[in-house]
Design a protein around this ligand. Sequence first.
Ligand SMILES: Cc1ncc(COP(=O)(O)O)c(C=O)c1O
Length: 439
Amino acid sequence: MDAPVDLTVADLHPSVDDPALNSMNFLNEVAQHWPDAVSLAAGRPYEEFFDDDAPRRWLERFRRHLVEDLGQSPAQAQRTLFQYGRTKGIAHHLVARNLAVDEGVHVDPEAVVVTVGCQEAMFLVLRALRAGPRDVLLAVAPTYVGLTGAARLVDLPVRPVAGGPTGVDLADLREQARRARDEGLRPRACYVMPDFANPSGASIGLDDRRRLLDLAAEEDLLLIEDNPYGLFPAGDQGRLPTLKALDTRRRVLYLGSFAKTVLPGARVGYVVADQRVAGADGTVGLLADQLAKIKSMVTVNTSALAQAVIGGALLEHDCSLVTANVRERAAYARNMRHLLAGLARRFPQPSPVTWNAPAGGFFVVVTVPFRVDDALLRRSAERYGVLWTPMAHFYDDGTPVDALRLSVSAVTPEQIDLGLDRLAALVADELDRAPAPAR
Ligand SMILES: Cc1ncc(COP(=O)(O)O)c(C=O)c1O
């Protein structure tokens, strides 16, 4: 006899039964079930550059930094690395230096909270901003599912703002903010990824970045800027300034991740929260300190050893991740070009199959004239041996989306070729099943 049931999902927080929280599990499950399939799904960094010796070296480099640069005794340095530690982190000053070196963003290190991946930073920010039941979050759609999931955990409704090819539809952002207010709600912030967004690949142009900041001020919104892919432009064009670099009014909460630029296994990210917060007693502090209170009850502090590994990597490259990622940037750019050329060869235009051409990052969106859902992904994995991500996972309203996301980050050009051959076979069979007029 089966063991008796002790609880039902209905007795747990509604988030545990939410599609956003099931999404990552589902995608991982498919990948695990068909391990031999070529994965154009995973947004993981390229593994060929992983180096067994590097974390040890970086840890020691950071330890020496504590002693030689910060004046800690060897015993103090050992305590810094081995003990419970400062809630806002022990590598915060290096994060601030990195932002100055690579992004021209100058922030007080005290405004940096080093987190357990960017994911924890999202949770802390949303937890803090959700003050009451009238609060809502605006998010450029399609939206990274980790953000939607974090919002679910704190009961913060997410309202989509049209993204489109320019990265954000500013008129729609204004409209959504006003509509929410008309409904008696309080839009707190808009989540946006200006550089090579996940999943859309879209980037926001310089003029629109400025307009977005003006709009945020006019509509009294904060902007939550998430930037895990900004270091990876695919062409020779320079990088655009981040919103945070252009932010003169402290409208931007900046989220960072070292998962793509140093080591995902370290699970280190951060948030810059330099907004000034008045307390009930009239004292004024940084939003980072309020986030740290929440963090102290979620993860206490980010692993000191993990921060030391990341900190050492930063020190090794004079705090420039641009410098540290020259090989990676070239590999991702090569893969992006290879994927786009491979799509063009396999789906000569005009064709009912179309795609965008991102200026960098990891992701390309392919639009097809048939239903793209989880069932098709399973069939693709089982019969065709190729994995990708249904775009419906990045929309919150459950409406079907006839598009899929391809990732170029964790594959070789040969795997891209094989994956695209298999995808082309799947597409051909689907078109045969339900022929569609050319668009
Ligand atoms: C847009 C975006 N934000 C945040 C993250 C999560 O970063 P981390 O691994 O540092 O938690 C990812 C990971 O894929 C991402 O794509």
